[in-house]
Design a protein around this ligand. Structure first.
Ligand code: COA
Length: 205
């Protein structure tokens, strides 16, 4: 796994393209999109309780400033939809942090605006992001969590080939209620194997 300075350098200005999406490092021009998504209860309901406006703005501004890539420090990437020609629309966010450099473990979180759900865009963008995490950042293990009620999120994890490791009881609190979370993971060798198999099927077909 790269060290914090190398991870920071690899992420700065990154642009990860797929057929229909782009995942890229955010700029000041993304501030309104990030604020709008943070304020939208349809997007945030299973992630965290609404923040007071001041805290929400502070959080977004922090994510647009320098990222130190230290353990536990979240980076935000913007997900865009590629339209005709050079048109691009901001549709969501991928959040990433290094859980542990010694364990070579990274955690991912994701959210798309509801107008863009149900089209496979999250799957497509996250596949590219996970390639980046394993191939460029050289992580060994990728983990993700969601509430057990967040079916769309754990179905996405399963589409990505992640395995459910377990159910963590009373692991988060939303609206004053304790909630259980599922924890999922994928390891670098199994990701590589699955990607190679998918490429073989595509070239045979
Ligand atoms: C989690 C989240 C990103 C998943 O979005 P999604 O639209 O379900 O995921 P995808 O973009 O990969 O689309 C997959 C869906 O599109 C369908 N689909 C259509 N075309 C597809 C394609 N080409 N490839 C894959 N799936 C396709 C799939 O069948 C699937 O629908 P299904 O679940 O009804 O079977 C979204 O629900 C979200 O942003 N939620 C709010 C924020 C949140 O809770 N984030 C997670 C916090 S842990």
């Amino acid at each position: 796994m790269l060290d914090p300075a190398e991870v920071r350098a690899a992420c700065a200005d990154v642009v990860l393209m797929t057929e229909r999406t782009v995942v890229r490092w955010p700029s000041a021009a993304d501030r309104e999109l990030l604020l709008a998504h943070e304020r939208d209860p349809r997007i945030m309901a299973e992630i965290r309780d609404p923040l007071p406006e001041e805290a929400l703005v502070e959080r977004v501004d922090r994510s647009l400033n320098a990222w130190d890539a230290e353990e536990g420090s979240w980076a935000i990437f913007v997900v865009e939809h590629r339209g005709p020609g050079a048109a691009r629309t901001g549709i969501g966010v991928v959040a990433m942090h290094v859980v542990s450099y010694s364990a070579q473990r990274i955690e991912l979180g994701w959210r798309l605006h509801p107008d863009w759900h149900g089209q496979g865009l999250a799957t497509e963008a996250m596949q590219r992001m996970i390639d980046f995490i394993f191939e460029t950042l050289k992580a060994r293990k990728l983990v993700a969590f969601c509430t057990v009620e967040n079916t769309a999120s754990w179905r996405l994890m399963e589409r990505l080939g992640m395995q459910r490791e377990g159910r963590m009881r009373d692991h988060s609190q939303l609206g004053g209620q304790w909630r259980d979370d599922f924890t999922y993971s994928v390891l670098q060798p199994e990701w590589r194997q699955a990607r190679a198999a998918a490429t073989r099927v595509a070239s045979d077909g």
